[in-house]
Design a protein around this ligand. Structure first.
Ligand SMILES: NC(=O)c1ccc[n+]([C@@H]2O[C@H](COP(=O)([O-])OP(=O)(O)OC[C@H]3O[C@@H](n4cnc5c(N)ncnc54)[C@H](OP(=O)(O)O)[C@@H]3O)[C@@H](O)[C@H]2O)c1
Length: 271
């Protein structure tokens, strides 16, 4: 397989870190991303020492402006990518609201991936791919909460809504774009042994490496070249997501809500 240029957000820890290692070891050029300059630098150094071709990018994805700027830098400073893996995610947080008034789960898990994807889409090659890392946790999306107009009291509710919203806008864009590039969602598997899971549940059921393998396959394998598909890592196969993600009208409403928010935040529109 020809080497690909791959951006994996949230690759300073968990399954993103492990997927970066696997992809770099396979000869791909990997753009490592995180919010801590020291952690990004540490991962870049380790992967380079192992012979990988890597570069690092820093951005706090809880701030929509930083998410959009990150994607612009991928184009202007790194010459673009073939594959985008929107992996960075947050579940528990001491500060649920961002300075922009958004729930941090929506900001990092739903809105930042949208802004990065929209910014990179015109630059992705026809055989490019966008892999959105979702979850088995999926709850109907409260559009008022997504827009930052209603707080969500429960961490699991916020996380599960943010992940279903991610699958919904993925399906919306996939229906518009077809195969150029392919956009799909994956649940990497539940209760993988990562910091997020240990903090939220205190126990894990499967190794983080299993989730990393799903990301690697989703980024590269021909079997994952399925626009608008949802791969369920718990079942090891493609499966239907929550029924709301199969409703084009509901999916379009999620995308529209984020677009209105983008405008409100003064982030330029993309085609
Ligand atoms: N683990 C599971 O069982 C499981 C199951 C289903 C889905 N997932 C999904 O898989 C993805 C990876 O999760 P994980 O379990 O590997 O979690 P993790 O170990 O906590 O890693 C999360 C990654 O996202 C980054 N991140 C978090 N907030 C960020 C922000 N505001 N800006 C930029 N980067 C940020 C973290 O950076 P720092 O190193 O700076 O914190 C870290 O690199 C997430 O989308 C998660 O929802 C995980």
């Amino acid at each position: 397989m020809t080497a690909r240029r791959i951006l994996i957000t949230g690759s300073t820890d968990g399954i993103g870190l492990r997927a970066s290692r696997r992809l770099a070891a396979g000869g791909n050029r990997v753009l490592v991303h995180g919010r801590s300059p020291a952690r990004v630098e540490g991962v870049v150094r380790t992967l380079e020492e192992a012979g990988g071709e890597v570069a690092g990018l820093v951005a706090d994805l809880s701030h929509p402006q930083e998410a959009a700027a990150l994607a612009r830098r991928v184009v202007t400073e790194q010459g673009g990518v073939d594959v985008l893996v929107n992996n960075a995610g947050v579940f528990l947080t001491a500060r649920p609201r961002t300075p922009e008034g958004l729930d941090r789960r929506f900001a990092v898990n739903t809105i930042a991936p949208w802004l990065i994807t929209r910014e990179l889409l015109p630059h992705l090659p026809a055989d490019g791919r966008v892999v959105n890392v979702a979850s088995a946790a999926q709850r109907p999306v409260d559009l008022e909460a997504l827009a930052g107009r209603r707080p969500l009291a429960d961490d699991f509710e916020a996380y599960a809504q943010s992940k279903l919203a991610l699958i919904m806008w993925t399906n919306h864009l996939a229906a518009l774009r077809g195969r150029e590039p392919i956009l799909l969602s994956v649940n990497p598997g539940s209760l993988l042994d990562t910091r997020m899971v240990r903090e939220a549940f205190g126990r894990a059921r499967r190794s983080a490496e299993e989730g990393a393998r799903v990301l690697e396959q989703a980024a590269l394998d021909a079997a994952f070249a399925r626009p608008g598909a949802y791969f369920d890592g718990d079942r090891g196969r493609f499966a239907p997501p929550h029924r709301d993600a199969l409703d084009p009208v509901r999916c379009a409403r999620v995308a529209e809500t984020i677009e209105v928010l983008r405008e409100r935040l003064g982030i330029p529109a993309r085609p």
